[in-house]
Write a protein that binds this ligand. Sequence first.
Ligand code: F6P
Length: 502
Amino acid sequence: MLIDALGSENERLAKGKFEPHGKTVESEPARPRGPRLVVVSNRVGVPDGNARAGGLEVAIRPALRRRGGVWFGWSGRVADEPGPAKTIEKDATTYITVDLKKDDYDEFYNGFANRVLWPILHYRLDLAEFTRRDLGGYLRVNDYFASHIETLLKPDDVIWVHDYHLIPLAKALRARGHRNRIGFFIHVPFPPPEILTALPNHDRLITALCHYDVVGFQTDIDAANFCRYVANECALPWANGNSFHFGSRTVQVGTFPVGVESEAFGRLGRRAIESAFVREVLDSLSGRAMIIGVDRLDYSKGIPERMDAYERFLANFPDWRGKVTYLQITPRSRSGIPEYNDISRKVGEAVGRINGAYGEASWTPLRYINKAHSRSALAGLYRAARVGLVTPLRDGMNLVAKEFVAAQNPDDPGVLILSRFAGAAHECTAALLINPYDPEGVGNAISRALDMPLAERRERHATNFAALVRNDLSRWAERFLATLEKRPAAADEHPLARAASA
Ligand code: F6P
């Protein structure tokens, strides 16, 4: 995943399908099907040659490619006086982005979204920073988005809102009188009410989700946590096990685990392992086994804990010293936020400690780089690695885990070591599932993965890959949108719902 320099491979993947023999086949042009789709997310995968590819953008882009529509969100720029929205048309999709003012950026993105909601949604009450002023900025930006979106809305547009930045967006649109079908999908974990209720104003914020027609989660646990919140805190009548009444509407709750384009990513890995870049990396390893970790620099990813585990592995399994290299690729992220600078320092210290204690003049046990790599480069590295270390302390899904599996050679696959606290663990059940807080256990899993017999590696990989194919990325978008499109358009808002909007 991660940042995408949008190298040519990725551009080609975005435009068409790879054939096994390397020819690129243009995919069918988007065919508008049913009502127009309007996607709203904080980040937008604008095809400007500099697109980033966070998990969310990678997931949404193919859905819009197939179906066409509008993708609205933040431009990624901060301006003193934001001008009018910018529009780019490409492949039947209209990308519309707006700048944020400095105050809005500080209070919305660096403030409430990423210093209050992000830690709480990742079960980290200890890292949450609460200020009322920041909630004000968060609501203000949602309102600002709503004011732009309403200028382009048609009455029968289907609106699909993504992630924790935009929880109150439907409420802001309903308050402006829009009755469109609006769905919400949260890409990150949704914690139990016992954690969520530590959020000041949780009642104001979380009940805003009731203004959507469909609310989707990555796993059944996340969905059940939300249902429990609704039951405990909102006292709304249930229509059945997975939908409840809110005013004149029924809100449907569902689980829609995000997938990857398994076959296409596999083909990308197969080609990329032959690239000059991957060959150069492999040559530099001088035949040593490679362990790979790829994560945004974020405390939820458990990177220092993973490095502690690697250190335990080197201490407990001395035969492997000098025979293995752990490559950790970690582009910096959210660097305006103090907790992210802290994690950067911690990781740097762990790298220095491990290389200092175990390194030799001829061997660096741990290579740590902050440079972002293209998806094709990552696909090739995944395929070349003997072990994929994906050990977040908490993660909504984690598409690196799925892409690692998709990129493997089925005849000689690497082994995925996966945190039980990542959403992907619900599908990749044949990975070595570990507790990321337990360095001894993860160290043992590294040894087991490196020593695993070929037959077991093949069997585990086949099971995981079959799970990916069953839930390919295209199914995710289709299932969510089919559920949303079945919902009746909202009738006049019930007074109860109107009061809640006030
Ligand atoms: O879902 C997590 C998320 O917010 C995604 O939207 C995005 O892929 C990733 O984190 C990157 O975060 P940011 O947009 O803050 O750089």
